[in-house]
Design a protein around this ligand. Structure first.
Ligand code: ASP
Ligand code: MG
Length: 460
């Protein structure tokens, strides 16, 4: 059985649903289909909840209704839309009740409970799954819609950004997925053991689909987007990007953490556990046969590319702890990391030397960190400084650290950058090299390294 996921980018305009249906019909059955909200709908729901005081719920719901109907335009004839319209109205009625509840609580408490917020945002996906199910039924397909709360996609209960409890979910999903030829499940959310709807974070449908693939021991997770596959860099920045036909899980993980926003970063985790490959397809390039542009899996048949991606993120800040003895004294690193843990500040990674420990954080955490650091003293640390205006460039490929040719070429590219880099780190996982460079020069760094590594593909 395969799990197939369609992202919001495949659900933008009239005609898109026809493509989605054509693809679903071509797949071998049984099939599980996980869907995102229509393009932009989650954001609209988010804004509506944030501006609850100012919106007119009736009008907002009506706009959502029209928007979903518009996508049906060239898939169904007006005479066959009656049932779909009714079903859509019913689901929107549920949503309207949530809004009314939210408004009431807002009036009394001045805020909206988190569970209601998550529940309202889950409606983007719920509307898509309903629409798709109805369309497939209309086409004569045997098809059921199963909501994550009924399937038993159990989360740890964190609102907004939950983790899926894979073990518990697997037990429940195996029981609850119907034997129907096609099962449609809305992505982006799960349910806590207490029965609360919890979102899985931005772009969370990838993660839903991966968790579901894990639970049903899928043969693959097929992800459909409107991009031509996984590229070696951001085509808006780098002119000569190339298609990457194969990535290992750890390469994809590194790339999704740092900049390449192709997947929710947790997507790989459930799949790695069961060696389920991800196959990446372009919705605009389906000609009747399933030819993935990129495959992500545990092993790599032949790795001929010097790197899989050159990417960057601006979302870093460095806290530098300096002292002549930090490299010699036991326990300093644990004192520092314990401090961050105690204050709930996530450390992205650490670069150390004999005289300095550099902790790399997300930018947004720096202020809180600086506030609490003012009151704290660490053994043998003489000076604490903050480095901002730095970006992290990551060059990713399994084994890159052992590839002398790639290393020389990266350094050679850096030689030609009009600024010196602040720090370099490699070898922690063997599959990436991190370069901390002034933010003003990060595009230059990315472009020059990419050009150096990809201009002559077979030269190493
Ligand atoms: N609709 C959600 C979002 O926009 C989840 C997803 O698309 O994966 O973040
Ligand atoms: Mg999306």
């Amino acid at each position: 059985m395969r799990v197939v996921k369609f992202g919001g980018s495949c659900l933008k305009e009239p005609g898109d649903l026809r493509k989605v249906i054509e693809i679903i019909e071509k797949y071998e059955k049984p099939l599980i289909v996980v869907v995102s909200a229509l393009h932009g709908v989650t954001l609209e729901l988010e804004r509506s909840v944030e501006n609850l005081k100012f919106i007119d719920v009736e009008i907002f719901i009506e706009t959502l209704f029209r928007r979903h109907l518009k996508l049906l335009q060239d898939v169904v004839t007006p005479s066959t839309t009656t049932r779909i319209e009714r079903k859509l109205r019913e689901r929107l009625e549920e949503l309207k009740e949530k809004y009314e509840l939210a408004m009431e609580t807002f009036r009394i408490l001045g805020e909206i409970p988190e569970e209601l917020y998550d529940e309202i945002l889950s409606y983007g996906e719920r509307l898509t799954s309903l629409l798709l199910k109805e369309l497939l039924l209309l086409k004569g397909e045997e098809c059921e819609e199963v909501l994550p709360e009924n399937a038993g996609l159990i989360t740890d209960g964190t609102f907004g950004n939950a983790f899926v409890d894979l073990i518990e979910s697997a037990k429940r999903l195996k029981r609850n997925i119907p034997s129907s030829r096609i099962t449609i499940i809305p992505g982006f959310y799960g349910v806590s053991r207490e029965g609360h709807i919890t979102l899985l974070g931005k772009e969370g449908s990838d993660y839903s689909a991966a968790a579901i693939a894990y639970c049903v021991d899928a043969d693959s997770l097929d992800v459909w987007k409107d991009v031509p596959g996984f590229m070696s860099g951001d085509p808006d920045i780098i002119e000569e990007v190339v298609l990457i036909p194969h990535l290992t899980y750890s390469e994809a993980l590194e790339l999704s953490y740092f900049g390449a926003r192709i997947f929710h970063p947790l997507t790989m985790e459930p799949l790695m556990k069961k060696s389920i490959p991800i196959r990446l397809f372009n919705i605009n390039e389906f000609f009747g046969v399933f030819e993935p542009n990129t495959i992500i899996s545990g092993d790599e048949p032949i790795a001929f590319l010097p790197a899989k991606g050159v990417t960057f993120t601006d979302d870093i800040a460095v806290v530098k702890f300096e002292g002549g003895e930090v490299g010699r004294r036991p326990g300093i690193l644990s004192e520092i990391s314990g401090f961050f843990g105690k204050h709930g500040i996530n450390i992205k990674f650490v670069i150390t030397s004999q005289t300095s420990i550099n902790v790399i954080l997300a930018k947004q955490d720096l202020k809180q960190c600086a506030d609490v650091l003012k009151e704290t003293k660490f053994s043998f640390v003489e000076k604490v400084t903050y480095l901002t205006n730095l970006s992290l460039v990551a060059v990713v490929r399994e084994g890159i650290v052992n590839n002398q040719n790639a290393l020389i070429r990266i350094l050679d590219a850096l030689k030609r950058v009009n600024a010196s880099v602040e720090m370099l780190s490699g070898g922690a996982s063997g599959s990436s090299i991190y370069i901390l460079a002034p933010s003003a020069n990060r595009l230059e760094v990315v472009r020059k390294i990419h050009r150096e590594l990809f201009c002559t593909l077979y030269s190493h």
